[in-house]
Design a protein around this ligand. Structure first.
Ligand code: SOE
Length: 412
């Protein structure tokens, strides 16, 4: 066994010469942890024009946020996001909070001259999203960048699928069908966390999971959804109030208030099922639910075109299924592309061929692309305008569902 390889002095020296990009993150729960890993890792894997520095993390509970800073690798801790935005060592504000604070924080950060990364969905309402997109457009004139965190665009397999659609390998698109299935709400004893209240989450499965599949469908198709027909449902309308800070998906029934009568009303959807029409006339079907018993984080999408089809399953995220309809004969059919090769998106920076990646790498890729957009002054993808388009589709879904599935145009 040889000596463990010492870090390359030259590489370490080169990295240290890169101008720093100070990151300040608001929120430190699941998404905060995932983003932190992205910021810690990205400079060690990719050759970046600027060196991300984890300057400060912010949360209301001083003791908890200081512990999070230690655990997640942040140099400082703040308890007021306004102080975080005001820090001279923060160039980029990364918003990992529930949707009810996205607009306020993003607008203040843009006004303060910072770049912004905002978790999905962009906002809880179209009005908020419109204000954010408008502010981002004005800030772009000042060289500021604003991105929304639809991380599933940054799975190598979905990025490859986008390339293949854009190259015309499927020809004219006919169908997109996409589902995002989880089951963490099946237990009626699961407490009434922030994701189940409209005032904090904006909507339920629709804004949380539906936002991902609307964005991914539009990204892969390369065109917007123009109208939808929808159904939504809330299966369990009353839940026990949480006993502690149970914001996660894994808060168990035991983490509930001891008072027996302490229950609250669920004010968001548990599931949304909708069809849609793309600008080209292609048809789409969407399903987002937290009640698909046995499905933990199952996102699947399939695109059918006149020349062929592509299919992706997040549970097998290093693979892409492809069928070229022009390959006739006895051996035609779907084949599996193993998306682990250097010529595939993002892979050249990682491991030798055949060594796959995981969920957390999408946040490293998101950080990579954002740092390049900031350094190059280029428009980030997805932009706040892309986030606004998703918000408008979600609003059309809610409007259609309220009118018993009447086809509802997406206000552009
Ligand atoms: C919960 O549904 C959740 O954490 C989403 O909020 C994330 O966006 C998704 O990536 C995983 O599931």
């Amino acid at each position: 066994m040889g000596q463990p390889q010492q870090p390359d002095e030259a590489q370490a020296g080169a990295a240290a010469e890169k101008p720093p990009l100070g990151v300040g993150m608001v929120g430190y729960a699941f998404m905060g942890a995932a983003h932190s890993q992205g910021w810690r890792t990205v400079g060690r894997v990719f050759d970046l024009p600027r060196r991300p520095v984890l300057a400060a993390v912010c949360g209301r509970d001083g003791q908890a946020v200081r512990a999070a800073a230690d655990r997640l690798g942040w140099a400082a801790a703040e308890t007021d996001w306004r102080s975080l935005i005001a820090r001279d060592d923060v160039d980029l504000v990364d918003i990992c909070t529930p949707g009810d604070s996205h607009a306020e924080i993003a607008l203040a950060a843009l006004a303060a001259g910072k770049h912004v990364l905002c978790e999905k969905p962009l906002a809880n309402t179209v009005e908020e999203a419109e204000a954010m997109a408008e502010a981002a457009e004005a800030a772009a004139e000042r060289g500021q960048v604003a991105m929304v965190g639809f991380n599933y665009r940054r799975v190598p397999a979905t990025a490859l699928a986008r390339q293949m659609v854009a190259e015309g390998r499927l020809g004219a698109l006919r169908h997109v069908r996409v589902t995002y299935l989880q089951d963490w709400l099946v237990d009626p004893g699961f407490p009434l966390t922030w994701r189940l209240r409209k005032e904090t989450a904006g909507s339920g499965a629709l804004g949380d999971l539906g936002a991902h599949i609307v964005d991914l469908a539009q990204y892969l198709a390369g065109e917007p959804v123009m109208g939808v027909s929808a159904l939504t449902e809330t299966f369990v309308r009353e839940r026990p109030l949480p006993g502690g800070a149970s914001s996660g998906l894994s808060a168990v029934s035991s983490a509930v208030s001891s008072a027996a009568e302490a229950v609250g009303q669920v004010t968001v959807d548990d599931a949304a099922v909708f069809t849609g029409r793309f600008a080209s006339g292609a048809l789409a079907s969407f399903e987002a639910t937290r009640y698909a018993t046995g499905r933990k984080n199952s996102l699947r999408i399939e695109l059918n075109g006149e020349h062929g089809s592509l299919a992706f399953d997040l549970e097998r995220l290093n693979e892409l299924s492809y069928h070229d309809g022009r390959e006739g004969g006895a051996h035609a059919g779907f084949r599996r592309i193993l998306v682990t090769e250097p010529e595939h998106p993002y892979l050249e920076a990682w491991w030798p061929p055949g060594h796959g990646l995981g969920y957390e790498h999408t946040f490293v890729h998101q950080a990579r692309d954002l740092v390049h957009a900031i350094a190059e002054g280029s428009a980030p993808m997805p932009s706040f305008a892309d986030g606004l388009q998703v918000q408008r589709v979600l609003a059309a879904v809610e409007e259609s569902a309220a009118k018993n599935s009447v086809y509802t145009s997406v206000v552009v």
